[in-house]
Design a protein around this ligand. Structure first.
Ligand SMILES: Nc1ncnc2c1ncn2[C@@H]1O[C@H](COP(=O)(O)OP(=O)(O)OP(=O)(O)O)[C@@H](O)[C@H]1O
Length: 253
């Protein structure tokens, strides 16, 4: 595949006596969607925040696009896009004004409408953030990650709380962003999401990577080990029924 754009080696994070990340190593290839999967408290957000330069590591080495996290964190900041916490969205400003505000923070000249267009929010340009639906809020926050035309974007559980259509719509958006050449790192609890979206996934449990491969490979490995589902699986599930009844396309949210 492509070249390695992120390299993490023996990463450790201690919070006091508690070791949240226990010496993990992985590489992310340029242009892939890489998933970090794991139960609550596994250490996904901690790992992401360290790579994003937002949290100090205890030890280990992180290289992002040939920049060393210890020596060149500011160079890393310039080439990554990070979703901001929604509490940072000033309630009185509309989406265009918010975009301009964030662009100012990055010292970038952007066309807010082009960015809003790219996440299908042109119609909501004059609305305030609080007036958006859950799916629209997520799309807006993904647009803010794109302001500095980053090489890599980080998405921490971007579809949590969304309905099936909004989730699928967001998947399409994430794939589109990847297809334009941006590397995507995503954390998720949803295995169906990881299976559809991710080129490769690392499964993290209690601060350790316990498996890393493409979703297909992980499933094939499990089947090769003799695993069989106890219940015969039908060729459709309840979500298919729901989507079929309520429409595949993005509704007016
Ligand atoms: N600032 C902190 N101080 C102390 N412990 C922390 C801190 N942040 C996280 N932890 C602990 O580190 C562990 C890993 O947390 P982290 O948020 O990285 O997990 P996660 O995999 O992202 O979980 P979730 O899926 O619930 O978001 C947890 O046990 C958590 O309680």
């Amino acid at each position: 595949m492509n070249r390695t754009i992120i390299s993490v080696k023996n990463l450790v994070k201690n919070y006091g006596d508690f070791q949240a990340v226990k010496g993990i190593s992985f590489d992310v290839q340029e242009g892939e969607i890489f998933g970090l999967l794991g139960p609550n408290g596994a250490g996904k957000s901690t790992t992401l925040e360290i790579i994003e330069t937002l949290r100090e590591k205890t030890s280990g080495e992180v290289i992002v696009d040939a920049f060393n996290l210890d020596k060149q964190p500011n160079e890393i900041k310039k080439i990554i896009g990070v979703q901001l916490q929604s509490s940072g969205y000033y309630p009185g400003l509309n989406l265009v004004e918010l975009m301009q505000l964030f662009a100012g923070l990055y010292n970038k000249n952007i066309d807010p409408m082009t960015l809003l267009d790219s996440v299908n929010l042109r119609d909501k340009a004059k609305n305030k953030y609080k007036e958006l639906s859950g799916g629209q809020k997520q799309r807006f926050s993904i647009a803010t990650t794109l302001i500095n035309t980053p090489k890599i974007i980080f998405l921490d559980e971007p579809t949590t709380g969304l309905d099936p259509q909004a989730r699928r719509n967001l998947w399409d958006l994430i794939i589109e962003i990847r297809n334009r050449g941006t590397t995507v790192i995503i954390t998720t609890h949803y295995m169906d999401e990881a299976e559809v979206l991710c080129d490769r996934v690392a499964i993290i449990d209690s601060g350790k990577i316990i498996s890393l491969a493409s979703p297909d490979q992980l499933i094939d490995d499990l089947l090769a080990s003799g695993f069989e589902r106890t219940k015969q699986v039908k060729l459709a599930n309840l979500e298919d029924v729901f989507i079929n009844l309520t429409g595949k396309h993005l509704r007016e949210e």
